[in-house]
Design a protein around this ligand. Sequence first.
Ligand SMILES: [Zn+2]
Length: 423
Amino acid sequence: MSLFLKNVNYLDYKTLKFTKTNLMVESGVNGGIRFMDDERSAHPDGEIIDCQGKIVTKSFAVGHHHAYSALARGMGAPEKKPENFYEILKYVWWKLDKAFDREMIEASALSTAIACAKAGSTFVIDHHASPEYIPGSLEIIAKAFDKVGISHLLCYEISDRDGLEKAEEGLEETAQYLNNQQGLVGLHASFTVGNKTMKKAADLMEKFDSGFHIHVAEDAYDEKVTLETYGKTVVERLKDYGVLNSSKTILAHCLHLSAKEKEEVRNSKAWIVQNPDSNLNNHVGFFDGRGLGDRIMLGTDGMHSDMIRTVQQSYFLGQTFDSIDVDGAYRRFRNVHEYINSNGFEGDGENNLVVLDYKSPTPVKSENFTGHFVYGLQTADIQHVISKGKLIVKDRHIETVNEDDVQAASKEQALWLWRRMRI
Ligand SMILES: [Zn+2]
């Protein structure tokens, strides 16, 4: 079954070249797109969408997300007002993920997948934790994402923070999952992972030819504890375990790295994810890409699922705390595709598209598109979203699941969760 988009103004996301054409979009994980200048030669066997006046381009992807945080929106204040990053983890996130059960995992994954789809993302790199429901948790998320039509690269957050038994369960869940699915070896952060667990995780990475997905120097606390406990910096520690040799490794945040650590990361194969909204929310500092090289992508860190908002935050924060222009911000936004495709992960092929209904008071051209992207484009401009050749969002409405039903179930789960957390 192929989808036919007619009267398309197609924007190549790499070259920023516009082409007026019609597009035949093949379905399936390996499906492509074909330009058909003459509409009459096309014989579509699927839906036909008129894209007159719209821009069609590659859909988006989230470099670092936490689906479980969907149930935190609107939640009450914790028992104690957190005064630093460690207390934010202790009184909010570690309380939340410990209260998670199967239904909550499923509800939050479905809600997150819908939010991602409607915001134009068809691929999500997620980092999951549910210490009281570890075995099988990643398959629940994978199924929920598949149902909505979101491709994924998942991992379980291995950590010693709840004891070595839970760390073992996390390692086991990772191994089970990687036997059947593409994914990563997830770890919370250096300061909650002891040497034994770190070594076992690095062995898993080797065994499955995978990479780490870990929070790095999100707060100065990570560096402080790592240095005090292991006598080395976070980056040195990861380097010693061979983690930085994998081009699949993702280091989320990297806010508090020394110049030497930045150099180590720059000269490694690992990728970095900037999460601007989350950093603002947690009051942990500001990302500065200078000295880190070009392998920087963007994520939402569970704050929301809106990558347009994220690239705009990255750009505006970068005017003070970083050095970035509109082209650089757009490159950061799009780097995730190189990460996914150069590492051979599936689900981010050519037949993943967004149709933008972008009205502008000024001309939109190849030369100024990144300026429009940063200053003008809004998530509300995303009219249709196509994932693996299938229309998953049509006229801003999710097509694959009943959103009202999902949100009703999610609200119920949120109430259970909050009750369990006594919030
Ligand atoms: Zn995170």
